[in-house]
Design a protein around this ligand. Structure first.
Ligand code: HEM
Length: 320
């Protein structure tokens, strides 16, 4: 006997409201109940087969969150060209497409990592250079390179606690950098790292050493005290002996017309360095520009070449 439909009038139960759709309730799915229910709803009658097919499930699609929307934007995708670095491929892409991570070599010799091999002196020199740049830029906000203000500004900075510390860090790091660059050169020499294919980098290094010493020399004048003025007076006298371009230097007498020597104390190398015959305000401004802009800029470019060259020469040299 067929099962009694609880919704049919003959069931004897209390009348129930019609089902919203014929297919919505299992009871209405029976042929007997489907027809009256469909008629009540005044909807087109569902086909017999459709009634047996399960209604399409509504899948819940969450709206993309703000972060997803940002990550899907053109701006984000123009900067980040890879997904989250949780796969080998994405990790490689993350390293290769980032300028800072890209600076690291793909492979490093174990000997290159050993502190007893490099003494980390090159790395320390570079670190101290960065300290100098940061503290130096901060000092520039408070220092005026004129005869009237230079000394006063230095004294004022020393008395002003945060800037006083900044100045001391700048000064001590400068001394430390001179020491570490020499030790770095010594280590490179002792490990024979100047030999081919690294001889070009050795030469870049020599220029970096000279620039480090020149940074120290030009910075020495900036406090504009007696020590600074007389130290630069003595130090710059050496420029008089520059070959050809110094008026006391070898071969300078060759630059002459008849008996008139064209290289003299008013136009030689020392004069160019000091901006005059003696250390004066012109010297201070010259040394300031050399110290804050010219030498750091050239050193930065050469350091980039130095690091790039280490990579091209096959990384840090191996043990002897
Ligand atoms: C501002 C100065 C300098 C900086 C910042 C610097 C930085 C570095 C760094 C970070 C390294 C990697 C290995 C290490 O840390 O020892 C290196 C390697 C090297 N540097 Fe320098 N350097 C400077 C000056 C010099 C000087 C004065 C010389 C020699 C005249 C020199 C010659 C070399 C050579 C040949 C290598 C390769 C060494 C190897 O493969 O073992 N560098 N430098």
């Amino acid at each position: 006997m067929a099962e009694e439909n609880p919704q049919s009038p003959s069931s004897g139960g209390p009348p129930k409201p019609p089902a919203p759709t014929p297919a919505a309730t299992p009871a209405a799915a029976t042929p007997a109940a489907a027809a009256p229910a469909a008629a009540t709803a005044a909807k087109p009658a569902a086909k017999k087969d459709d009634a047996r097919i399960a209604p399409p499930q509504k899948t819940y699609v969450p709206r993309p969150g703000l972060m997803d929307q940002i990550k899907d934007s053109q701006i984000w995708r123009s900067v980040f060209r890879h997904g989250y670095p949780n796969t080998v491929r994405n990790r490689s892409l993350a390293v290769l497409s980032n300028v800072f991570l890209h600076l690291h070599p793909v492979n490093v010799r174990t000997s290159g990592l050993r502190l007893s091999f490099t003494w980390c002196m090159g790395g320390l020199t570079f670190f101290l250079f960065l300290v100098e740049v940061i503290t130096g830029v901060l000092l520039m906000f408070y220092y005026r390179p004129t005869g009237e203000y230079a000394y006063r500004d230095i004294i004022a900075m020393a008395e002003h606690v945060p800037m006083g510390i900044m100045r001391e860090i700048h000064r001590w790091s400068a001394h430390a950098m001179v020491i570490t660059v020499w030790l770095h050169m010594f280590r490179v020499f002792m490990t024979g790292s100047y030999k081919p294919p690294r001889e070009f980098n050795w030469n870049i290094g020599v220029i970096l050493l000279v620039l480090t010493l020149l940074l120290s020399f030009t910075g020495y004048l900036l406090p504009w005290d007696q020590l600074a003025i007389w130290a630069i007076t003595v130090g710059s006298n050496m420029a008089r002996a520059t070959p050809i371009a110094g008026y006391e230097g070898p071969l300078s007498s060759l630059i002459s017309i008849d008996d008139v020597n064209l290289v003299h104390s008013g136009d030689d190398m020392r004069f160019a360095l000091l901006g005059g015959r003696f250390v004066g305000e012109a010297t201070l401004l010259r040394f300031y520009v050399l110290h804050c802009i010219f030498i750091p800029l050239v050193a930065t470019i050469l350091m980039a070449v130095h690091f790039w060259r280490i990579r091209k020469d096959g990384g840090i040299s191996g043990p002897l």
